[in-house]
Design a protein around this ligand. Structure first.
Ligand code: PMP
Length: 289
């Protein structure tokens, strides 16, 4: 396996960064999870735009243009001969001293791109739907660590994930501090009822998959709404599903023990998943192996 590390494609064994990297010491950096389908990188430009926004807020200069970043992702896929894969793009602040002051870092961020095979949820989960729960760990407040930042510090989400898995569930719904639904640990949340598809507007990562689903829904003439969502609305939705680069769109049939709709993946959910699969065949940056 070849890993992109600061402008070079190196063997996995040699893809190493220092223990003084502030990404390692403090979670100081940003990342993206991207997917390629049959030699097309889905919404690569949008992922790079989001990464650059994260880095802008963190005041990390990757010392590469967006175009160079896009080319580096494609080069990594080609070097590994991957047609259908998952790409992890990491930009950390780079080396510094043991204090957390970014001014004492050397201004040489580490840019790492890993292209690998994707590991999905089992097919049965897409057919039967998932059961999930809400968990006690609240979503980071936007004025603390804004959930729109895809930062290397994912502890908020990891704590919630641990709470879900401790109770025997794969995913957790996280609430904002005021009790409104925010998102899952690695996915956005949608509900459908009375002809309206809704997703929370704030307190969540602006998912690339979420945006694609909203676009598809509008094309299907389904009304969409982004706003506050309570647990009551979630429990009483007709359909519910989660979206994310890795999961794509996965139906949810039970939340906190409450059956959603008739307890089976809904018709709108299935149609959106179909349309999403169609979209992945034509959208994105094409490359040849
Ligand atoms: N929320 C969180 C917390 C995430 O980490 C992710 C990405 N795995 C998402 C939502 C979904 O975003 P995307 O569709 O861009 O993968």
């Amino acid at each position: 396996m070849k890993i992109y590390l600061n402008g070079k494609l190196v063997d996995k064994e040699n893809a190493k960064v220092s223990v003084f990297d502030h990404g390692f010491l403090y979670g100081d950096g940003g990342f993206e999870g991207i997917r390629s389908y049959d030699s097309r990188v889905f919404r690569l430009k949008e992922h790079i735009d989001r990464l650059f926004e994260t880095l802008h807020t963190l005041m990390i200069d990757p010392r590469m243009t967006k175009k160079e970043m896009i080319d580096a992702v494609v080069a990594t896929l080609k070097a590994n001969k991957i047609k259908d894969g998952y790409i992890r793009l990491v930009v950390s602040r780079g080396d510094g001293d043991l204090g957390l002051d970014p001014r004492k870092c050397f201004g040489k961020p580490n840019v790492i791109i890993i292209a690998d095979k994707i590991v999905l949820y089992p097919v049965q989960l897409y057919q039967k739907g998932m059961e999930i729960i809400t968990v006690p760990t609240v979503k980071n407040h936007p004025n603390a660590l804004n959930p729109q930042l895809k930062s290397l510090n994912y502890l908020n989400n990891i704590l919630a994930k641990m709470e879900a898995s401790h109770c025997g569930y794969n995913e957790a719904i996280m609430l904002e501090e005021n009790g409104y639904i925010a998102e899952c640990t690695g996915d956005n949340v949608f509900i459908y009822k009375n002809g309206v598809l809704s997703t929370p507007h704030l307190g969540r990562l602006k998912g690339i998959t979420c945006e694609a689903i909203l676009e598809l829904a509008r094309k299907m003439k389904i009304k969409v709404s982004e706003g506050y969502m309570t647990r009551h609305e979630l429990y009483n939705a007709k359909e519910c599903f989660l979206t994310g680069t890795a999961a794509e769109l996965i139906p949810v049939v039970k939340v906190d023990g409450r059956l959603i709709g008739d307890g089976r993946p809904g018709a709108v959910t299935r149609k959106l998943l179909d349309n999403f699969h169609q979209l992945t065949k034509k959208d994105g940056v094409k490359y040849d192996l």
